[in-house]
Design a protein around this ligand. Structure first.
Ligand SMILES: CC(C)(COP(=O)(O)OP(=O)(O)OC[C@H]1O[C@@H](n2cnc3c(N)ncnc32)[C@H](O)[C@@H]1OP(=O)(O)O)[C@@H](O)C(=O)NCCC(=O)NCCS
Length: 203
């Protein structure tokens, strides 16, 4: 990843972090582990660019594991606007490709080779996306997908769906307007307008 592209990606990660954590002023960059986890991962990607700095990339991955409990190596491709909420216990296979503006929560496992995750996907607490695909194929999770807490996804997931259960099954379809990011922004802007009890209103 060229330096210019890297800076743009990190800029969007920071934008998303600021949008999703409007509180705490400058203190939030220290307080929330999501910021640390994403930044250390991005740093590892930067160091991975040059052979001479690759050991530093792996050192970053180890540090991330130690500090935040996130195992996401420099070879994982994740688009801009990545959010890793309360990121303890996250494990991501190095061959994984993640789209832009995705949210991945605590205790998620993305395992097996060749998992491709679309844009605006949210993977909730304790879920797993497990691919057994070898060779050229891949397990694809579409765009604007919500994977429920504790779901185990073993097959491709179409765009705009909500998947729950073990093994994961589609229980709903949503519009792109209802993806996690759009929902969060709506929720936060309503909260600013009318106070704290807005969960029902934003649904
Ligand atoms: C996936 C999720 C977003 C779906 O929410 P929703 O769109 O409001 O869906 P509903 O509550 O209408 O549920 C639809 C169906 O899926 C089932 N379902 C929902 N979430 C489920 C889950 N995690 N596991 C198993 N079944 C689930 C419901 O029981 C319901 O089944 P029914 O139609 O047979 O009654 C939500 O349930 C979820 O898992 N959120 C994760 C939250 C999380 O991890 N938070 C961590 C914060 S730290």
């Amino acid at each position: 990843m060229a330096l210019k592209e890297w800076l743009a990606v990190v800029g969007e990660d920071i934008n998303v972090f600021r949008l999703t954590h409007p509180q705490c002023g400058i203190f939030k960059y220290l307080y929330y582990p999501d910021f640390r986890a994403v930044m250390i991962y991005r740093l590892s990607q930067l160091f991975f660019n040059w052979r001479i700095t690759r050991p530093l990339a792996y050192l970053c991955t180890m540090l991330n594991d130690l500090i935040t409990g996130v195992w996401i190596g420099p070879r994982v491709v994740a688009g801009p606007g990545l959010s890793l909420g309360h990121p303890r216990g996250l494990v991501v296979n190095p061959d994984t490709r993640i789209g832009h503006h995705c949210s991945i929560l605590q205790r998620v496992t993305i395992g097996g080779p060749n998992v491709v995750i679309g844009d605006y996907v949210s993977i909730n607490g304790g879920a797993a996306v497990i691919s057994n695909v070898r060779g050229r194929g891949c397990l694809t999770v579409g765009n604007h997908v919500i994977i429920g807490a504790g779901a185990v996804v073993l097959n491709d997931v179409p765009d705009c769906s909500v998947v729950v259960g073990v093994p994961g099954r589609v229980v709903k379809t949503i519009t792109p307007d209802d993806n996690w990011f759009a929902f969060t922004l709506r929720y936060l802007s309503k909260k600013n307008e009318v106070g704290n009890n807005v969960i029902e209103d934003t649904k």
